[in-house]
Design a protein around this ligand. Structure first.
Ligand SMILES: Cc1cc2nc3c(=O)[nH]c(=O)nc-3n(C[C@H](O)[C@H](O)[C@H](O)COP(=O)(O)OP(=O)(O)OC[C@H]3O[C@@H](n4cnc5c(N)ncnc54)[C@H](O)[C@@H]3O)c2cc1C
Ligand SMILES: NC(=O)c1ccc[n+]([C@@H]2O[C@H](COP(=O)([O-])OP(=O)(O)OC[C@H]3O[C@@H](n4cnc5c(N)ncnc54)[C@H](O)[C@@H]3O)[C@@H](O)[C@H]2O)c1
Length: 440
């Protein structure tokens, strides 16, 4: 059996892995990336995640038909896939090996490329294998012919007339908006009673109302009984379905890795256990991205790369624990974005705050773009005047939230954003208004 030896081995061609491969090569170190599927070079985000889904959402906003949107999505995907592949693979000291990786021991990995077995050894090993959809145990889910995950939903030949979505999380809500815009009749079924449980109730209620008004049916607190070829039965009621999208979370890709052979331990929730430097319980093995838990976002995988890269080639000061301000955006319409504390969390923690709140409609840009729905909220520390957290539910909030994150990171008092000169008409100007609207 052929054995190849490298200083560095990366398992999975995800975001962190490819950034690290490039950096290792540029620092004069050889490195191999092992990827199980050529179509996944570049990982989830460019191929079956963020980029294709957002391309379809934007295509819907531009009133493209489903077929044209799909064609655009395939083009974007190809561009990003090629860019991601060549960005790493064209580096002189980077090799790519196709196949499923599994540990033989702490330094040796077996690679199975459709039955052809080879071995790779490495001084350092980096696991960046991402996550995969959870398929819950629902009667008929494996037999019914119309069940898809997010990946399948973005590869459909035709628009389903009735789409039932199981799960009202990120994927469920984003895909509901997307398919609703293309013209499907969308029904969301969610077993929890509480819609968007992590958000403040006033924010969640407005979003739920907007979603329903846009034509999406939402049923909360319903147990899913079974899936058939043309329906989903939940809470004793049958919902017609030409397609059923299962969007019930994603679990780490570890089942094939045989981590026990390398002494790599897991957290109780099944993700790979890491320390503050992202090192696993084996001292030559690191884990980065979705596979280690701690938030499944492209930009966190990027930041995991920064931590490991800083440990290898920098001053070693970057740690996981210094990542305190992490924004997120849910690409519904308009977008929901958040960073820091919200009211329910501040109250739970007993944190004192001043509250600022306003509807989006008074912001001039909302009229210009004819998207007047939305709400803005901010919490400010009464002592320091620093921003504790902001929730933005409005057009382009996914851009504006990054400005707020920066202000928070720089410990900027809220008055700076209140008095900042913003260009006009922009959604950023909303921050001028928000920080003048204190709720007393
Ligand atoms: C539909 C959808 C939409 C999303 N939208 C957003 C968004 O808008 N914004 C955002 O920030 N995040 C979004 N995400 C999440 C984001 O895509 C992920 O958090 C991110 O891509 C994770 O990157 P990663 O580096 O952990 O690994 P990944 O990019 O998942 O890469 C892991 C790679 O490892 C390979 N692999 C797995 N097991 C093995 C093995 N044993 N051997 C060899 N190779 C293996 C896989 O094939 C894959 O290519 C979305 C996800 C989905 C599914
Ligand atoms: N905009 C973004 O950044 C973005 C977009 C898409 C996905 N993502 C990432 O991908 C991850 C996965 O997304 P997701 O929507 O699949 O997961 P999620 O965790 O966001 O939501 C899963 C939903 O499914 C429900 N659910 C769980 N088990 C169920 C069951 N057995 N039956 C019915 N419903 C069930 C949950 O109550 C929850 O509402 C997200 O957590 C996020 O990190 C991010």
């Amino acid at each position: 059996m052929e054995t190849k030896t490298f200083k560095n081995v990366i398992i999975g061609f995800g975001k962190a892995g490819r950034a690290l491969a490039k950096s290792l090569s540029q620092h004069g170190e050889d490195v191999v990336i092992i990827e199980r599927e050529q179509a996944m070079y570049g990982g989830t985000c460019p191929n079956v995640g963020c980029a294709p889904s957002k391309t379809l959402i934007v295509a819907g906003h531009k009133n493209m038909g489903f077929k044209e949107a799909m064609t655009t999505k395939y083009k974007v995907r190809e561009m990003l896939h090629n860019g991601a592949y060549h960005g790493a693979a064209d580096e002189p000291l980077v090799s790519v090996i196709d196949g499923i990786a599994r540990f033989i021991n702490q330094h040796t990995i077996e690679v199975d490329n459709h039955g052809e077995i080879s071995r790779v050894t490495g001084e350092r090993i980096f696991i960046n294998t991402g996550a995969t959809p959870v398929i819950p145990e629902i009667a008929g889910i494996h037999e019914a012919k119309n069940v898809v995950t997010s990946e399948g939903a973005m590869d459909l030949d035709s628009l389903p007339e009735h789409l039932v979505i199981i799960g009202a999380g990120y994927i469920g809500l984003e895909f509901a908006g997307m398919f609703n815009k293309f013209g499907s009749k969308v029904t969301i079924l969610e077993p929890h009673e509480t819609f968007l449980p992590k958000e403040d109730r006033d924010v969640a209620e407005i979003i739920l109302n907007d979603l329903k008004e846009s034509g999406v049916e939402v049923h909360l607190g319903v147990a899913i009984d079974k899936i058939t070829d043309d329906s989903v039965v939940a809470g004793g009621k049958s919902y017609p379905a030409n397609k059923v999208l299962v969007a019930t979370g994603r679990r780490p890709n570890i089942s094939e890795l045989r981590l026990e052979n390398a002494g790599v331990a897991l957290w109780d929730n099944g993700y790979i256990k890491v320390d503050d430097t992202l090192k696993t319980s084996s001292d030559n093995i690191w884990a980065l991205g979705d596979v280690r838990g701690g938030g499944q976002f492209y930009y966190l995988s990027t930041d995991d790369f920064r931590i490991v890269n800083n440990q290898l080639f920098g001053d070693g000061s970057r740690l996981l624990s210094d990542r305190t301000i992490v924004p997120y955006s849910v690409f519904i319409t308009p977008t929901l974005s958040h960073v820091g504390l919200d009211e329910q969390e501040a109250q739970r923690l007993g944190v004192n705050y001043r509250l600022f709140k306003m509807a989006a409609a008074p912001i001039v840009k909302t009229k210009v773009v004819q998207e007047m729905r939305g709400l803005l909220k901010a919490l400010v520390d009464p002592e320091t005047e620093e921003i504790l957290g902001v929730t933005l539910y409005h057009e382009d909030s996914h851009e504006v939230i990054n400005l707020v994150s920066l202000a928070m990171k720089m410990h900027t008092p809220y008055t700076v954003l209140r008095d900042q000169i913003f260009t006009h008409p922009t959604m950023g100007e909303g921050l001028n208004d928000l920080f003048q609207n204190e709720v007393k």
